[in-house]
Design a protein around this ligand. Structure first.
Ligand code: ACM
Length: 553
C-alpha cells in the first residue's frame, strides 16, 4: 500500500483535523461534514505526499508575495499567474508585516538533494513554498495554482469566485530528471506565440525539457546569420502532400507553406522557458533529414540535381555529404545554436540516414578509405563522433536518436531510444545516459483510438491508457544500468498535424498521463483513478482553451 494511503497515527493535536488523503480516491476520505470547505484535491502529476491539515487560505487583494534572491523569479511568476483571473496585483516584496496574508517563497537547502523537490504548506494565515533551488520553487508554484479553483487558469477576470486553497502540507519531488515534451515545427510550422503556449502547458505539468525539432527535409526553421539562405530558401516549400504518405495516387495541396524563428524570437522563447523551469533542447538534424538545407546550399549535398525543400513525407535519400567544407558549415551553424541555447544538451538527430548516396559518392568512398572506415554505418558513426567532440569542446553534451548506436556510439552521447527500448538498453549497458522515447508508448502522432474514427494520423495506436502504463526503466536493466535512464519524453511529429487545434488534440491529455509517468512515484494509481483525477484536471485545460481529446475521459 503506498505510503500516502495510511491514516496518520501519530498523536494529533485536538484542534486540527489531520488526515493523509489518497488523491482522487474515496475509501480513506472522512465523511463529508468533517472536511473543510472545497476540499477535493486533484493534483496532476500526483505528488509524493499530500497531508490535508487545518483551515483553507483565502487569497485576497490584501495578500503579498515574499521572495528574495533566487526565489524572486518564482515569486514574480506566481504574481503573473494569479493576476488575470483574480485581478489582484500582488506585490512581490522582501518582507511584510502581520497585516498582510502572505505567500512566502523560500530557498531552503535542507529540503532535499534534488533541486526540483519542494514543500508546500497552506494554512489559514499563510502559504509557504520551500525548495532547495529555484527549480523546485517553480514546481511548487504549479502545485499552488492547482489548489485554486480551475478558473485561476482563465485569461480574464472572474469576480464571482472565492479564491480559496485547502489547508495542506505537500512534500514532492520528481522521479526522473529528464521530463520532456518534443515538438516538430518543420513538417508544419507553428508561430513563436504558440510555442510559448506549448511551453506553458509543459510547465503546468512539471516537465523540464522542451525538445524543439528545428530542421528537417520539409523546412529549416532557425535563422542562422552566417547562412541566410537556410531560411530565405530552406524555410519555404512549394506545396504539401495531402492524405497519408502511403496513399496512391499521391496528391498535393499546391499551397506554399513555411516560416522560421528569428534569433530574437528564439532568445525570447528560451528565456520564457527558463522563467518556467524549462531547458530548451534544440535539434539540428544531421546527416539525414537535410534536404531543406541542401535545397538552400546545394554544395552540401551528394548529387548534382537541384533539390527543392520537400513537400512529401517519408525518409529522403538526400543527406549531407562528407566534404570538409560541410563539416565546417555544420559547426558554424552549431556555433550560432550554442550562442542562442544555453542548454547543456544539443540534439543532432542522427536518425533515418539512408546510405544510398554515400555508397555511390566518390567523396564518401574516399573519406571512408582515408579514415579506415569499413562501411557507411562506420561513416555515420564517424560523422556523429566529430560532432560529439565539437560539442564537448564547447562544454555541451550531444543527444541523438538511437541510430547513433550504429557503427559505434560517440563517447559522451545521450541516446533517445525511439525504435523500441533496445537502443536504450544497449546504450545504458555501455554506460551512456538514455531518454526512453519508444514510439509505441510516447509518440503522440499515433492514433489514440480506432483509426477509422479519428482523421488521418501516421499510424500506430497509443492510447491514453497505454501512455499511463508506460514504465521508462526496462526490466532488462540491472540497477547500475537503470540509473542511466534519465527519464522519458512525449513526441509530436507534425506531418499530419497542420493546425494548433489538431496539435492539442494529439498531445493532450496523453501528455498529462506522461507527466505522471515521469514525475510521480513508481507505484502509480490504478488507471481508473488517474482518469478520475484527469476529469477535474481538464477543467484547467478548459479554462486555457486547450483543444484536448475528450473521448478518453
Ligand atoms: C524519429 O522518429 N525518426 C526519431
Amino acid at each position: 500500500m503506498p505510503k500516502q494511503l495510511l491514516i496518520e497515527s501519530d498523536p494529533i493535536p485536538d484542534e486540527v483535523e489531520l488526515i493523509i488523503i489518497d488523491l482522487g480516491s474515496t475509501p480513506q476520505m472522512p465523511p463529508e461534514d468533517t472536511l473543510v470547505e472545497n476540499q477535493t484535491i486533484y493534483l496532476l502529476p500526483k505528488p509524493v505526499t499530500v497531508i490535508e491539515v487545518g483551515q483553507p487560505f483565502e487569497l485576497t487583494s490584501a495578500a503579498q508575495i515574499v521572495a528574495t534572491g533566487d526565489a524572486l523569479a518564482a515569486g514574480n511568476l506566481l504574481a503573473d499567474y494569479l493576476r488575470p483571473a483574480t485581478g489582484f496585483v500582488l506585490p512581490v516584496v522582501e518582507a511584510t508585516d502581520a497585516e498582510h496574508p502572505v505567500l512566502h517563497l523560500l530557498i531552503d537547502p535542507n529540503i532535499s538533494d534534488d533541486e526540483e523537490a519542494y514543500r508546500l504548506e497552506v494554512n489559514a494565515e499563510s502559504v509557504t513554498l520551500r525548495a532547495p533551488a529555484l527549480a523546485g520553487l517553480f514546481h511548487a508554484v504549479q502545485t499552488l495554482r492547482q489548489l485554486l479553483p480551475p478558473e485561476i487558469y482563465g485569461a480574464s477576470l472572474v469576480t464571482s469566485i472565492r479564491w480559496s486553497m485547502p489547508g495542506v502540507t505537500i512534500k514532492d519531488q520528481p522521479r526522473f530528471p529528464w521530463r520532456g515534451g518534443h515538438l516538430d515545427v518543420c513538417r508544419h510550422f507553428f508561430p513563436a506565440h504558440y510555442v510559448k503556449r506549448y511551453i506553458d502547458l509543459l510547465a503546468l505539468h512539471k516537465f523540464n525539457r522542451f525538445h524543439w525539432h528545428l530542421t528537417d527535409d520539409q523546412g529549416w526553421r532557425i535563422e542562422i546569420k552566417r547562412y541566410p539562405r537556410l531560411t530565405e530558401v530552406g524555410a519555404w516549400r512549394r506545396e504539401t502532400m495531402l492524405g497519408h504518405w502511403s496513399d496512391q495516387p499521391r496528391r498535393f495541396d499546391g499551397k506554399p507553406h513555411g516560416g522560421f524563428y528569428s534569433q530574437d524570437e528564439i532568445r525570447e522563447i528560451v528565456a520564457y522557458a527558463a522563467a518556467r523551469g524549462i531547458i530548451v533542447v534544440p535539434e539540428i538534424e544531421m546527416p539525414g533529414h537535410a534536404q531543406a538545407a541542401i535545397a538552400a546550399y546545394p554544395e552540401l549535398g551528394n548529387v548534382d540535381t537541384p533539390l527543392e525543400v520537400s513537400g512529401e513525407w517519408g525518409i529522403s535519400d538526400n543527406v549531407f555529404n562528407v566534404e570538409e567544407s560541410t563539416f565546417t558549415f555544420l559547426q558554424n551553424v552549431l556555433l550560432e545554436v550554442l550562442d542562442l541555447f544555453p542548454s547543456p544538451y544539443i540534439h543532432i538527430g542522427g536518425d533515418e540516414v539512408p546510405k544510398t548516396q554515400w555508397n555511390t559518392s566518390p567523396t564518401a568512398q574516399a573519406y571512408m578509405r582515408a579514415h579506415g572506415l569499413p562501411d557507411a554505418h562506420a561513416l555515420q558513426s564517424d560523422f556523429i563522433r566529430r560532432m560529439d567532440r565539437f560539442l564537448n569542446a564547447h562544454g555541451r553534451t550531444l543527444v541523438g536518436w538511437d541510430e547513433i548506436l550504429e557503427g559505434g556510439l560517440a563517447d559522451n552521447a545521450i541516446v533517445m531510444s525511439w525504435r523500441g527500448e533496445e537502443g536504450g538498453i544497449e546504450a545504458a549497458g555501455q554506460g551512456h545516459d538514455v531518454v526512453m522515447t519508444p514510439e509505441s508508448d510516447t509518440y503522440f502522432d499515433h492514433y489514440q483510438f480506432d483509426p477509422s474514427s479519428e482523421g488521418v494520423a501516421i499510424g500506430g495506436l497509443t492510447s491514453l491508457e497505454k501512455v499511463y502504463g508506460y514504465e521508462p526503466v526496462p526490466a532488462a536493466l540491472a540497477p547500475d544500468q537503470a540509473k542511466h535512464v534519465l527519464g522519458s519524453q512525449g513526441q509530436l511529429w507534425t506531418e499530419y498535424v497542420p493546425t494548433i487545434e489538431r496539435l492539442e488534440y494529439m498531445v493532450y491529455p496523453r501528455m498529462c498521463a506522461l507527466a505522471e509517468v515521469v514525475w510521480s512515484p513508481r507505484e502509480r494509481d490504478a488507471y481508473a483513478r488517474f482518469v478520475d483525477r484527469l476529469r477535474t484536471h481538464v477543467k484547467r485545460l478548459d479554462q486555457m482553451g486547450v483543444n484536448y481529446c475528450r473521448r478518453a475521459l
